[in-house]
Ligand binder design. Structure first.
Ligand code: HSE
Length: 409
Protein backbone atom coordinates (compact mmCIF):
# COMPACT_ATOMS: atom_id res chain seq x y z
CA UNK A 1 0.00 0.00 0.00
CA UNK A 2 1.30 3.44 -0.94
CA UNK A 3 0.83 6.35 1.44
CA UNK A 4 0.76 10.12 0.87
CA UNK A 5 1.31 12.81 3.52
CA UNK A 6 -0.32 16.23 3.12
CA UNK A 7 1.51 18.91 5.17
CA UNK A 8 5.12 18.36 6.22
CA UNK A 9 5.25 20.51 9.36
CA UNK A 10 6.08 19.22 12.85
CA UNK A 11 3.75 16.20 12.93
CA UNK A 12 3.82 15.57 9.16
CA UNK A 13 7.62 15.40 9.05
CA UNK A 14 7.50 13.03 12.05
CA UNK A 15 5.11 10.77 10.11
CA UNK A 16 7.34 10.96 7.02
CA UNK A 17 10.41 10.00 9.08
CA UNK A 18 8.67 6.97 10.59
CA UNK A 19 7.44 5.83 7.16
CA UNK A 20 10.92 6.29 5.66
CA UNK A 21 12.92 4.72 8.49
CA UNK A 22 10.65 1.87 9.59
CA UNK A 23 9.27 0.62 6.26
CA UNK A 24 10.25 -2.99 6.94
CA UNK A 25 8.75 -3.06 10.43
CA UNK A 26 5.51 -1.40 9.29
CA UNK A 27 5.19 -3.75 6.32
CA UNK A 28 5.66 -6.79 8.57
CA UNK A 29 3.03 -5.46 10.97
CA UNK A 30 0.33 -5.21 8.34
CA UNK A 31 1.34 -8.04 6.05
CA UNK A 32 2.01 -6.00 2.91
CA UNK A 33 4.61 -3.44 1.77
CA UNK A 34 3.93 0.04 3.18
CA UNK A 35 5.65 2.83 1.30
CA UNK A 36 5.56 6.62 1.32
CA UNK A 37 4.94 7.83 -2.25
CA UNK A 38 4.07 11.54 -2.05
CA UNK A 39 4.44 14.50 0.30
CA UNK A 40 2.15 17.41 -0.54
CA UNK A 41 3.52 20.75 0.65
CA UNK A 42 3.65 24.24 -0.81
CA UNK A 43 7.14 24.92 0.59
CA UNK A 44 10.41 24.12 -1.17
CA UNK A 45 11.53 20.94 0.60
CA UNK A 46 13.81 19.73 -2.21
CA UNK A 47 16.89 19.72 0.04
CA UNK A 48 15.31 17.33 2.54
CA UNK A 49 16.27 13.62 2.31
CA UNK A 50 12.77 12.84 1.01
CA UNK A 51 12.72 15.93 -1.27
CA UNK A 52 12.06 13.90 -4.44
CA UNK A 53 8.68 12.82 -3.10
CA UNK A 54 7.42 16.37 -2.58
CA UNK A 55 4.61 17.47 -4.91
CA UNK A 56 2.48 20.59 -5.05
CA UNK A 57 -0.57 19.29 -6.92
CA UNK A 58 -3.10 17.22 -4.95
CA UNK A 59 -4.46 15.73 -8.19
CA UNK A 60 -1.32 13.58 -8.47
CA UNK A 61 -2.37 11.88 -5.22
CA UNK A 62 -6.06 11.73 -6.07
CA UNK A 63 -5.45 10.19 -9.47
CA UNK A 64 -2.85 7.63 -8.40
CA UNK A 65 -4.60 4.27 -7.84
CA UNK A 66 -1.60 2.98 -5.87
CA UNK A 67 -2.24 5.44 -3.03
CA UNK A 68 -4.65 3.87 -0.56
CA UNK A 69 -4.11 6.01 2.56
CA UNK A 70 -3.59 9.76 2.81
CA UNK A 71 -2.29 11.40 6.00
CA UNK A 72 -3.50 14.96 6.63
CA UNK A 73 -1.20 16.92 8.97
CA UNK A 74 -1.78 20.41 7.60
CA UNK A 75 -3.88 21.69 10.51
CA UNK A 76 -6.70 24.24 10.40
CA UNK A 77 -10.01 23.72 8.67
CA UNK A 78 -9.21 24.92 5.14
CA UNK A 79 -7.81 23.75 2.83
CA UNK A 80 -7.39 20.59 4.95
CA UNK A 81 -11.12 19.77 4.96
CA UNK A 82 -11.53 20.22 1.19
CA UNK A 83 -8.44 18.08 0.55
CA UNK A 84 -9.63 15.33 2.93
CA UNK A 85 -13.07 15.25 1.31
CA UNK A 86 -11.44 14.95 -2.12
CA UNK A 87 -9.29 12.04 -0.90
CA UNK A 88 -12.27 10.22 0.66
CA UNK A 89 -14.35 10.79 -2.46
CA UNK A 90 -11.46 9.41 -4.54
CA UNK A 91 -11.72 6.18 -2.52
CA UNK A 92 -8.70 6.74 -0.26
CA UNK A 93 -8.72 6.27 3.50
CA UNK A 94 -7.76 9.40 5.45
CA UNK A 95 -5.78 9.65 8.68
CA UNK A 96 -5.60 13.02 10.41
CA UNK A 97 -4.06 14.72 13.44
CA UNK A 98 -6.28 17.75 12.88
CA UNK A 99 -8.53 18.18 15.95
CA UNK A 100 -10.05 21.42 14.74
CA UNK A 101 -11.23 19.81 11.51
CA UNK A 102 -12.53 16.67 13.26
CA UNK A 103 -14.28 18.65 16.02
CA UNK A 104 -16.09 20.88 13.52
CA UNK A 105 -16.48 18.74 10.38
CA UNK A 106 -16.79 15.16 11.65
CA UNK A 107 -20.32 14.67 10.25
CA UNK A 108 -19.29 15.42 6.65
CA UNK A 109 -16.07 13.42 6.89
CA UNK A 110 -17.82 10.33 8.31
CA UNK A 111 -20.50 10.54 5.65
CA UNK A 112 -17.93 10.73 2.85
CA UNK A 113 -15.94 7.81 4.34
CA UNK A 114 -19.11 5.71 4.52
CA UNK A 115 -20.26 6.61 1.04
CA UNK A 116 -16.90 5.59 -0.39
CA UNK A 117 -16.36 2.53 1.78
CA UNK A 118 -13.07 3.78 3.19
CA UNK A 119 -11.72 4.64 6.66
CA UNK A 120 -11.43 7.96 8.41
CA UNK A 121 -9.19 7.79 11.49
CA UNK A 122 -8.12 10.52 13.91
CA UNK A 123 -6.21 8.96 16.82
CA UNK A 124 -3.55 11.71 16.72
CA UNK A 125 -6.17 14.46 17.08
CA UNK A 126 -6.51 13.90 20.84
CA UNK A 127 -3.71 13.52 23.41
CA UNK A 128 -0.82 13.17 20.93
CA UNK A 129 0.78 9.77 21.35
CA UNK A 130 -1.75 8.31 23.82
CA UNK A 131 -4.04 5.73 22.17
CA UNK A 132 -7.25 7.16 23.62
CA UNK A 133 -9.60 7.09 20.61
CA UNK A 134 -8.89 3.47 19.76
CA UNK A 135 -9.23 2.53 23.43
CA UNK A 136 -12.67 4.16 23.60
CA UNK A 137 -13.94 2.70 20.32
CA UNK A 138 -12.49 -0.79 20.51
CA UNK A 139 -10.81 -1.82 23.75
CA UNK A 140 -13.71 -0.51 25.85
CA UNK A 141 -16.24 -1.76 23.31
CA UNK A 142 -18.02 -3.86 25.96
CA UNK A 143 -18.86 -0.73 27.94
CA UNK A 144 -21.33 2.10 27.87
CA UNK A 145 -18.85 4.95 28.30
CA UNK A 146 -19.98 7.27 31.10
CA UNK A 147 -17.39 10.03 31.01
CA UNK A 148 -13.82 11.18 31.41
CA UNK A 149 -11.54 13.67 33.15
CA UNK A 150 -8.42 14.60 31.23
CA UNK A 151 -5.41 16.81 30.87
CA UNK A 152 -5.44 17.11 27.10
CA UNK A 153 -3.29 20.11 26.27
CA UNK A 154 0.45 19.62 26.67
CA UNK A 155 1.36 23.29 26.28
CA UNK A 156 -0.80 24.53 29.16
CA UNK A 157 0.23 21.64 31.39
CA UNK A 158 3.87 22.43 30.58
CA UNK A 159 3.30 26.14 31.39
CA UNK A 160 1.44 25.41 34.65
CA UNK A 161 4.15 22.95 35.73
CA UNK A 162 6.96 25.44 34.99
CA UNK A 163 5.09 28.29 36.74
CA UNK A 164 4.19 26.32 39.84
CA UNK A 165 7.26 24.10 40.31
CA UNK A 166 9.98 26.41 38.94
CA UNK A 167 8.32 29.84 39.41
CA UNK A 168 9.04 30.52 35.72
CA UNK A 169 7.06 33.40 34.22
CA UNK A 170 4.07 32.61 32.00
CA UNK A 171 5.74 34.22 28.95
CA UNK A 172 9.04 32.33 29.33
CA UNK A 173 7.24 29.01 29.78
CA UNK A 174 5.10 29.64 26.68
CA UNK A 175 8.17 30.58 24.64
CA UNK A 176 9.89 27.36 25.70
CA UNK A 177 6.80 25.30 24.78
CA UNK A 178 6.80 26.93 21.34
CA UNK A 179 10.52 26.19 20.86
CA UNK A 180 9.92 22.55 21.75
CA UNK A 181 7.18 22.27 19.10
CA UNK A 182 4.28 21.71 21.53
CA UNK A 183 2.26 24.87 20.99
CA UNK A 184 -0.28 25.56 18.24
CA UNK A 185 0.62 28.11 15.52
CA UNK A 186 -1.50 30.60 17.43
CA UNK A 187 -0.77 29.97 21.14
CA UNK A 188 -4.11 31.56 22.10
CA UNK A 189 -5.69 28.25 21.08
CA UNK A 190 -3.64 26.52 23.80
CA UNK A 191 -3.68 29.20 26.49
CA UNK A 192 -7.39 30.03 26.24
CA UNK A 193 -8.45 26.39 26.16
CA UNK A 194 -9.69 26.23 22.53
CA UNK A 195 -7.41 23.33 21.62
CA UNK A 196 -8.48 21.46 24.77
CA UNK A 197 -12.12 22.27 23.94
CA UNK A 198 -11.83 20.73 20.45
CA UNK A 199 -10.33 17.56 21.93
CA UNK A 200 -13.02 17.47 24.63
CA UNK A 201 -15.69 17.82 21.92
CA UNK A 202 -14.24 14.80 20.08
CA UNK A 203 -14.10 12.56 23.16
CA UNK A 204 -17.51 13.79 24.40
CA UNK A 205 -18.91 12.85 20.98
CA UNK A 206 -17.58 9.32 21.43
CA UNK A 207 -19.07 9.10 24.96
CA UNK A 208 -22.43 10.38 23.77
CA UNK A 209 -22.34 8.57 20.40
CA UNK A 210 -23.45 11.82 18.77
CA UNK A 211 -21.41 14.76 17.50
CA UNK A 212 -20.81 17.42 20.17
CA UNK A 213 -19.61 20.72 18.72
CA UNK A 214 -16.83 22.78 20.35
CA UNK A 215 -19.07 25.84 20.72
CA UNK A 216 -21.41 23.83 22.99
CA UNK A 217 -18.67 23.32 25.60
CA UNK A 218 -18.11 26.09 28.18
CA UNK A 219 -14.37 26.78 27.99
CA UNK A 220 -11.93 28.73 30.10
CA UNK A 221 -8.14 28.81 29.70
CA UNK A 222 -5.25 29.34 32.10
CA UNK A 223 -4.38 32.98 31.44
CA UNK A 224 -6.04 34.18 34.66
CA UNK A 225 -4.29 31.69 36.96
CA UNK A 226 -1.94 33.45 39.38
CA UNK A 227 0.85 32.28 41.67
CA UNK A 228 -1.37 33.38 44.59
CA UNK A 229 -3.99 30.82 43.51
CA UNK A 230 -1.25 28.19 43.21
CA UNK A 231 -0.16 28.92 46.81
CA UNK A 232 -3.72 28.51 48.08
CA UNK A 233 -4.05 25.31 46.06
CA UNK A 234 -0.96 24.06 47.81
CA UNK A 235 -2.54 24.81 51.21
CA UNK A 236 -5.62 22.85 50.09
CA UNK A 237 -3.42 19.84 49.16
CA UNK A 238 -4.20 20.37 45.47
CA UNK A 239 -2.61 21.23 42.12
CA UNK A 240 -4.19 23.51 39.51
CA UNK A 241 -4.70 21.74 36.17
CA UNK A 242 -6.58 22.56 32.96
CA UNK A 243 -9.23 19.84 33.14
CA UNK A 244 -11.26 18.56 30.20
CA UNK A 245 -14.37 16.84 31.43
CA UNK A 246 -17.48 15.07 30.17
CA UNK A 247 -19.97 13.13 32.24
CA UNK A 248 -23.21 11.36 31.31
CA UNK A 249 -25.93 12.50 33.71
CA UNK A 250 -28.84 10.35 34.96
CA UNK A 251 -31.24 12.14 32.55
CA UNK A 252 -29.08 10.99 29.60
CA UNK A 253 -27.65 14.45 28.88
CA UNK A 254 -23.91 15.06 28.96
CA UNK A 255 -22.15 17.68 31.04
CA UNK A 256 -18.95 18.83 29.31
CA UNK A 257 -16.52 21.62 30.20
CA UNK A 258 -12.92 22.79 29.94
CA UNK A 259 -11.57 24.86 32.81
CA UNK A 260 -8.77 25.17 35.32
CA UNK A 261 -9.55 23.13 38.44
CA UNK A 262 -8.14 22.31 41.84
CA UNK A 263 -7.24 18.63 41.75
CA UNK A 264 -6.32 16.75 44.93
CA UNK A 265 -2.64 15.85 45.10
CA UNK A 266 -3.66 12.30 45.99
CA UNK A 267 -5.03 11.67 42.51
CA UNK A 268 -3.05 10.38 39.54
CA UNK A 269 -4.19 13.24 37.34
CA UNK A 270 -2.70 15.84 39.73
CA UNK A 271 0.70 14.23 39.23
CA UNK A 272 0.70 14.56 35.43
CA UNK A 273 3.37 17.16 34.73
CA UNK A 274 5.11 18.85 31.82
CA UNK A 275 3.88 18.18 28.30
CA UNK A 276 2.32 14.88 29.34
CA UNK A 277 -1.40 14.28 29.01
CA UNK A 278 -3.67 11.84 30.81
CA UNK A 279 -7.27 10.72 30.56
CA UNK A 280 -9.29 8.86 33.16
CA UNK A 281 -11.95 7.08 31.06
CA UNK A 282 -15.02 5.66 32.74
CA UNK A 283 -17.12 2.74 31.48
CA UNK A 284 -20.05 0.95 33.11
CA UNK A 285 -18.31 -2.45 33.23
CA UNK A 286 -14.64 -1.60 33.53
CA UNK A 287 -14.88 1.26 36.03
CA UNK A 288 -12.02 3.71 35.49
CA UNK A 289 -9.09 3.29 33.11
CA UNK A 290 -6.22 5.75 33.33
CA UNK A 291 -4.17 6.51 30.20
CA UNK A 292 -0.98 8.57 30.49
CA UNK A 293 1.72 9.69 28.07
CA UNK A 294 3.10 12.39 25.77
CA UNK A 295 0.30 14.69 24.61
CA UNK A 296 2.19 16.69 22.01
CA UNK A 297 5.44 16.74 20.06
CA UNK A 298 6.64 15.51 16.70
CA UNK A 299 7.53 11.85 17.27
CA UNK A 300 4.79 11.10 19.82
CA UNK A 301 2.00 12.47 17.65
CA UNK A 302 3.47 10.86 14.52
CA UNK A 303 3.37 7.54 16.39
CA UNK A 304 -0.43 7.87 16.65
CA UNK A 305 -0.71 8.92 12.98
CA UNK A 306 1.20 5.88 11.76
CA UNK A 307 -0.71 3.48 14.00
CA UNK A 308 -3.86 4.73 12.22
CA UNK A 309 -2.22 4.20 8.83
CA UNK A 310 -1.49 0.59 9.80
CA UNK A 311 -5.04 0.09 11.01
CA UNK A 312 -6.49 1.49 7.79
CA UNK A 313 -4.34 -0.93 5.79
CA UNK A 314 -5.16 -3.91 8.00
CA UNK A 315 -8.89 -3.30 8.23
CA UNK A 316 -9.32 -2.00 4.67
CA UNK A 317 -13.02 -1.20 5.08
CA UNK A 318 -13.61 -0.06 8.61
CA UNK A 319 -15.98 2.80 7.97
CA UNK A 320 -18.17 1.82 10.95
CA UNK A 321 -15.17 1.51 13.18
CA UNK A 322 -14.66 5.15 14.15
CA UNK A 323 -18.03 6.78 14.02
CA UNK A 324 -20.50 8.92 15.95
CA UNK A 325 -23.92 10.08 14.76
CA UNK A 326 -24.49 13.56 13.30
CA UNK A 327 -25.03 16.50 15.63
CA UNK A 328 -28.40 17.10 17.33
CA UNK A 329 -29.36 20.04 19.55
CA UNK A 330 -30.26 19.74 23.22
CA UNK A 331 -28.07 16.83 24.27
CA UNK A 332 -25.80 18.78 26.61
CA UNK A 333 -26.63 19.98 30.10
CA UNK A 334 -26.99 23.78 30.46
CA UNK A 335 -24.10 25.99 31.59
CA UNK A 336 -23.82 26.14 35.37
CA UNK A 337 -26.23 23.24 35.99
CA UNK A 338 -23.39 20.96 37.14
CA UNK A 339 -22.70 20.11 40.77
CA UNK A 340 -19.29 21.23 42.03
CA UNK A 341 -17.37 23.01 44.78
CA UNK A 342 -15.62 26.32 44.09
CA UNK A 343 -12.35 27.83 45.26
CA UNK A 344 -12.77 31.57 45.74
CA UNK A 345 -10.10 34.22 46.38
CA UNK A 346 -10.91 37.87 46.92
CA UNK A 347 -10.70 40.98 49.05
CA UNK A 348 -12.78 41.89 52.09
CA UNK A 349 -13.88 45.33 53.22
CA UNK A 350 -13.95 44.10 56.82
CA UNK A 351 -12.28 40.73 57.33
CA UNK A 352 -14.40 39.53 60.24
CA UNK A 353 -17.73 40.57 58.74
CA UNK A 354 -16.85 39.00 55.41
CA UNK A 355 -15.67 35.75 57.00
CA UNK A 356 -18.91 35.54 59.03
CA UNK A 357 -21.02 36.22 55.95
CA UNK A 358 -19.12 33.56 53.99
CA UNK A 359 -19.71 31.01 56.77
CA UNK A 360 -23.41 31.88 56.84
CA UNK A 361 -23.75 31.71 53.04
CA UNK A 362 -22.31 28.24 52.46
CA UNK A 363 -23.32 25.08 54.27
CA UNK A 364 -19.70 24.08 54.62
CA UNK A 365 -16.67 26.21 53.90
CA UNK A 366 -12.92 25.74 54.28
CA UNK A 367 -10.74 28.83 54.63
CA UNK A 368 -7.23 28.67 53.14
CA UNK A 369 -4.04 30.52 53.97
CA UNK A 370 -0.75 31.42 52.30
CA UNK A 371 2.45 33.20 53.30
CA UNK A 372 2.64 36.97 52.87
CA UNK A 373 -0.99 37.43 51.87
CA UNK A 374 -2.34 41.01 51.97
CA UNK A 375 -4.25 41.79 55.18
CA UNK A 376 -7.61 42.01 53.33
CA UNK A 377 -7.26 38.82 51.22
CA UNK A 378 -9.56 35.87 51.88
CA UNK A 379 -9.59 32.49 50.14
CA UNK A 380 -11.94 29.57 50.72
CA UNK A 381 -13.47 26.43 49.22
CA UNK A 382 -17.25 26.13 49.25
CA UNK A 383 -19.23 22.97 49.85
CA UNK A 384 -20.88 21.30 46.87
CA UNK A 385 -23.78 22.88 45.06
CA UNK A 386 -25.18 23.76 41.64
CA UNK A 387 -22.46 25.86 40.02
CA UNK A 388 -24.65 28.78 39.04
CA UNK A 389 -26.11 28.93 42.58
CA UNK A 390 -22.60 28.99 44.04
CA UNK A 391 -21.57 31.83 41.70
CA UNK A 392 -24.67 33.82 42.69
CA UNK A 393 -23.94 33.21 46.37
CA UNK A 394 -20.35 34.46 45.97
CA UNK A 395 -21.57 37.59 44.16
CA UNK A 396 -24.08 38.19 46.98
CA UNK A 397 -21.49 38.44 49.79
CA UNK A 398 -21.66 42.15 50.61
CA UNK A 399 -18.31 42.71 52.29
CA UNK A 400 -16.27 40.79 49.74
CA UNK A 401 -15.14 41.21 46.10
CA UNK A 402 -13.94 38.04 44.42
CA UNK A 403 -10.79 38.15 42.29
CA UNK A 404 -10.52 34.51 41.30
CA UNK A 405 -12.97 31.58 41.16
CA UNK A 406 -11.78 28.09 40.19
CA UNK A 407 -13.67 24.78 40.12
CA UNK A 408 -12.67 22.07 42.57
CA UNK A 409 -12.74 18.65 40.93
N1 HSE B 1 -0.82 22.36 21.12
C1 HSE B 1 -1.22 21.05 21.43
C2 HSE B 1 -0.86 20.74 22.87
C3 HSE B 1 -0.56 20.07 20.50
O1 HSE B 1 -0.07 21.49 23.45
O2 HSE B 1 -1.36 19.78 23.45
C4 HSE B 1 -1.12 18.71 20.54
O3 HSE B 1 -2.47 18.68 20.18
Amino acid sequence: MKVAVMGCGTVGSGAVEILESKGELLSARCGEPVELKYILDIRDLSSRPYGKKVVKDIDLILEDPEVGVVVETMGGIEPAFTFCMKCLNAGKSVVTSNKEMVAVKADDLFEAARANNVSFAFEAAVCGGIPVIRTMFTDLGANRLTGFDGIMNGTTNFILTKMIKEKMSFDSALKLAQELGYAEKDPTADVEGLDACRKTAILASIVLGTHVRPEEIPTEGISRITLEDASYASDAGAEIKLICKAEKLPDGKVYAAVSPAFVSRNTMIANVSGVNNAVALRGDSVGEVFLYGPGAGKEATASAVISDVLECIRLKKNQEHYYFAPHRDGLLCGKGENITSLYVRGYAKHMETAAREIRETFESVRFLSRDNSPANELAFITGKGREKDLYEAVAGIRDFASASVIRVL
